[in-house]
Design a protein around this ligand. Structure first.
Ligand SMILES: Cc1cc2nc3c(=O)[nH]c(=O)nc-3n(C[C@H](O)[C@H](O)[C@H](O)COP(=O)(O)OP(=O)(O)OC[C@H]3O[C@@H](n4cnc5c(N)ncnc54)[C@H](O)[C@@H]3O)c2cc1C
Ligand code: SF4
Length: 599
């Protein structure tokens, strides 16, 4: 009986409670249950079955406003997000500033699988420099672990979830061992043009890494590498891998994937974990505190059953929080006791401190060479095909900002929708009737868009705390966010703009608008890239960090964090692959300590 009610959960005994079912929670529950631990997963959102609910094949004409984004559904009507977004009804948060430069926007998903149902699936490994940034330039913090500690877990996650990509041997852009990556898809013509022209500027363009199956997973070889010596787990995952189909390149991944060709926690982590018989899931369970025993150990968690409004408590030997970085912080800060009056595991005073997002800036252009292209095969991944890894490591210290960024770009002819032919006036001067139709055909597929994704250095002005007045509809105090970019980030955003304009011009194209030279205007608001991490950083010293190298809180030894909260830095690489690799690493540690009866 894997999906259970809150009332049933209270009467059961568990080894581990996992809060949250997204990338971090899904991976944690997978690793623990495949090794025999009995796990209760508590998820605030509703039950969600992508196989039957995903609107994969619906065409724009079947949706209100032809599927166009609205404030409720910013990524379009068919986006897989349910009960989530920048605002969640009944669950407010407080922003101390409203302007773009000082605002932090918080995206949440309230559904089984969290944001993994609709994320971009870009899955890049952090490199060796990314774990020791402070040692290189004196800014921010080093992680208490190195690339070598994480590498075996990157290997496993890539093999399990399925990531396409290639090895290019570039600086701080790690290669994967044989057998980890799937072959990348064929690039589109616009990708090839970017590759050719950016190459002339000395900017490398290489295959992107995304969690999408370009072919069936290696179910004969990988299971033994994923679960050595564990025949039951090998059998379960071998069977499950055969049930996942390869991508047929026809539908937008952001709607989710009913054939299980891309990674979602709901299609990749949870089915095998449930097949072990060791996982129980309670959905609509809004956790608000971790409870503490007299011995200083976590006893379990308190939650509100969102379907009844009833307060419940469940217990286990170990508690893992993976509710997404800021929500994990919120739970810790709301868990007050005589021993921890300022929030659980907060003796350092650092819970809520050093939240980070990714530096983002965008520019697009139109390329005459791509106009009026004859019909050709435009099949492509519904997302990143190729990308530019950061290429100026050898120029650190000369650019006016620390660290670097990678460039995600796209073009080509995706399915036309409302908006495909909008905003052409800057090219046509305005046209109507027959001429407008001709223009729409001429320009369709001739645009390229560039998005920079850069590293933010943690700073003491970017943090969250509990607002003293505001509560959500369950009576749970909410977060209040403070945000500030430093000049490292704003200068990086200005550099992105200059680079994008240079590439567009090298393609013989025209920039739409102008490249922004003022970095403070070029940078996207905090949180808007939806890569928030930090808030409970790991470190080697209990006075300055919240967890140790195992993401085990210094203060409460049976409490672990396996989302982005313990990240000590936020490399330019998108965070989710690292969240999963780290969650597997931490879950292995929990299993080992439980076997040794130390937990
Ligand atoms: C549109 C979009 C595109 C993205 N693209 C990329 C990308 O290409 N690459 C990349 O690396 N990252 C990307 N991300 C970010 C990525 O989705 C997150 O990094 C990742 O999902 C974080 O995993 P998580 O487990 O910490 O949180 P989530 O996936 O958000 O899961 C957290 C879960 O915990 C539940 N929860 C929250 N609070 C509670 C509570 N109090 N009690 C119980 N349950 C709770 C939530 O309902 C949710 O289901 C993208 C995000 C979005 C929205
Ligand atoms: S493009 Fe491929 S992976 Fe993405 S939703 Fe469609 S079939 Fe699934």
């Amino acid at each position: 009986m894997p999906f259970i009610t809150s009332a049933t959960a209270t009467s059961e005994t568990y080894d581990v409670i996992v809060v949250g079912s997204g990338a971090g929670g899904g991976q944690t529950a997978y690793t623990l249950t495949m090794d025999g631990a009995r796990v209760l997963m508590l998820e605030a959102g509703r039950k969600y079955d992508p196989v039957s609910e995903t609107p994969m094949f619906q065409t724009p004409d079947l949706a209100p406003l032809r599927g166009k984004g609205t404030s409720d559904k910013p990524f379009g009507f068919y986006d897989a997000t349910i009960d989530g977004g920048w605002q969640v009804p009944g669950e407010p948060y407080v922003q101390t500033r409203a302007d773009d430069a000082g605002r932090f926007d918080w995206w949440r998903a309230r559904m089984l699988g969290g944001r993994t149902n609709h994320w971009g699936r870009i899955s890049l490994r952090n490199g060796p420099y990314d774990f020791k940034p402070c040692s290189r330039d004196g800014l921010g913090f080093d992680w208490p672990i190195s690339y070598e500690d994480m590498a075996p877990y990157y290997d496993k996650v890539e093999m399990l979830i399925g990531v396409y990509g290639a090895n290019n041997g570039l600086e701080n852009t790690p290669d994967s061992p044989d057998g980890c990556l799937l072959p990348p898809p064929k690039p589109r013509v616009s990708d090839l043009l970017v590759e050719q022209r950016a190459g002339k500027l000395g900017i490398p363009v290489i295959p992107g890494h995304r969690a999408v199956l370009t072919q069936q997973l290696d179910w004969k070889t990988s299971p033994a590498k994923l679960h050595p010596g564990n025949e039951t787990a090998q059998k379960i995952i071998a069977e499950d891998m055969q049930r996942r189909a390869a991508c047929f390149w026809a539908t937008p991944c952001g709607r989710g994937c009913s054939i299980r060709a891309n990674y979602q926690s709901t299609t990749v982590h949870l089915p095998p974990a449930l097949a072990t018989g060791k996982l129980d899931i309670v959905t609509d369970a809004m956790v608000h505190e971790v409870t503490l025993g007299k011995d200083g150990r976590a006893t379990g968690v308190g939650f509100v059953d969102r379907t009844t409004g009833k307060h419940q408590h469940v217990s286990a030997r170990v508690v893992v929080l993976a509710a997404s970085a800021c929500e994990t912080v919120r739970i810790l800060l709301n868990s007050k006791s005589a021993q921890f009056p300022h929030g659980l595991a907060n003796s350092s005073g650092n819970v809520g401190k050093y939240i980070m997002d990714t530096v983002g800036s965008s520019l697009d252009g139109q390329v005459p060479l791509l106009e009026d292209m004859p019909p050709h095969n435009e099949d492509a991944a519904g997302g990143l095909q190729m990308y530019v890894p950061w290429w100026l490591y050898q120029h650190a210290g000369e650019l006016g900002f620390a660290r670097g960024y990678h460039i995600e770009f796209g073009g080509g002819k995706s399915m036309p929708g409302l908006g495909t032919a909008e905003g052409l006036e800057w090219l046509t001067g305005g046209s109507y009737g027959k001429k407008f139709k001709q223009d729409a055909r001429r320009y369709y597929g001739s645009f390229v868009g560039f998005d920079g994704r850069g590293e933010m250095i943690p700073n003491e002005h970017s943090y969250c705390e509990i607002d003293p007045k505001v509560k959500d509809k369950w009576g749970i105090p909410v977060l209040r966010f403070h945000w500030k970019w430093s000049e490292h980030e704003t200068r990086q955003a200005a550099h992105m703009q200059k680079t994008f304009a240079g590439i567009i011009e090298a393609m013989g194209g025209r920039v739409n608008g102008k490249a922004e030279t003022d970095g403070a205007k070029a940078i996207a608001p905090g949180g808007s890239i939806i890569h928030e991490v930090g808030g409970a950083i790991m470190g080697a010293d209990s006075k300055t960090s919240v967890t140790d190298r195992w993401c085990q809180t210094w203060d409460v030894r049976n409490l672990f964090l396996t989302d982005g909260a313990p990240f000590a830095s936020n490399a330019d690489k998108n965070p989710t692959l690292t969240i999963m690799a780290n969650a597997w690493r931490v879950a292995d540690r929990i299993l080992e300590r439980m076997r040794q009866k130390e937990l």
